[in-house]
Design a protein around this ligand. Sequence first.
Ligand code: F0G
Length: 486
Amino acid sequence: MGNTNQKIKFYSGENIPLELHKVRIVQKLHLVPIERRLEALYEAGFNTFRLSTKDVFLDMLTDSGTNAMSDHQLAAMMEADDAYAGSQSFDRYQKAVEEVLGKKYLLPVHQGRAAENVISNALVKKGSVVPMNYHFTTALAHITQYGGKIEELLYDEAYVINSKHPFKGNMNIEKLEDCIQRHGVSKIPYIRVEASTNLIGGQPFSIANLREVRAVADKYGIRLVLDASLLGENAWLVKQREPEFKDASMKDIIQLMTGMADLVYFSARKLSSARGGGICTNDVALFKELQPLIPLFEGFLTYGGMSVREVEAIAVGLYETLDETMICQSPQYIEYLVNALDRKGIPVVTPAGVLGCHVDAMRVCEHIPQTAYPAGALAAAFFLISGVRGMERGSVSNQRDEDGNETYADMELLRLAVPRRVFTLSQIKYVEDRMTWLYENRHLIGGLKFVDEPPVLRFFMGGLAPLTDWPEKLMSKFREDFGDSL
Ligand code: F0G
């Protein structure tokens, strides 16, 4: 399994990603007229989570549970062993976890945040502090739910949107030492590292950095927990960007990373392109500590709230994570889109990371203050003029502090996710085209305000409204420039 894709050169000299798979099942999409898209936006409270896919053309909301499965995954699903307890599907899942992630003990959970709930329930107490490279929304929500706090310990470079740094997800080792000394070891149940740090633009960490984090964890006797939801892509980028590993196999890189963690958890909606999750470890005491929580929150220990069909798909998907031709498709498409927009001067997070292309709404909408949610506004505007649904990853996705005050995000991003093996290059070019038009007309985008704000994870179901009639004006300009085009 060499890095086949890297070796295919075009006679024309063009540098475009070439898929090493073919499409065998298709789903019809709906590109509805802009007038309908405007109505849909009002119905959805200007929150792209609340749109129905019947109004969405390209669904770039997330790469979670929206990836194309392989023929082998679908075949395995047909063989699933329906049993409440002792399902052979679970045996196959466990074997895959051991062979791919190198961990013997597996606890199945229904998705990534369920793992976060179980881990936080067992390990986080009132007054706990969890140092991490950066938070993910659900990880933070669970830690705070159990009375803990987090400290984010990235290097300054991570916050530089337009950068060439290959590993912006690295944890700042000096800050980690300082955090441990300030709070004391007894307050720190574990250090959390997230592969391909989601909220700063899907940016990876290096093995060199993880080794340093491990050394600090050893020095103080603190556990290291790895969020491996985006592990496959992080490993692939290590191979591309960290010279020591350019000839290493995906398996070696993955196991080097998981081997340094005491506990690994993941959303199988991303890792393995299926739907579900898992927690795994080689530490039997830790395993036993978490085990009773699975039947309590998730389901019996051999299905963990998942359909056995999904359990089979995860097992096969984990093995496929070792195949570079499978893993490289999404990051290469992202790189294509990021570089195309960057060349046109449209501010995007660079270098290209994983999960999606992240547009810098703080700069695209520099006329919109953070109090009026520039990333939410850009997400709504982009859906309006393209039918492409992205996700706000800015202050709307932040949670209020203990006193109920707004906390503004470090970055205001519109995330355009590229689910694995789903889109074609012409669809990506459409995204590039419409984003270019929107960037040229960015002054027409206006702000948003909350009209219905849920207390927890408000971005999922919250309702917003435009501060002025900017959506109508943007639509008129679209009609002026595109005529009767969809
Ligand atoms: N950890 C990371 C790094 C994630 O990206 C996600 C989900 C989770 C944990 C939670 O997993 O959704 O299976 O409960 N990220 C999705 C996203 C929701 O769109 O980025 P889950």
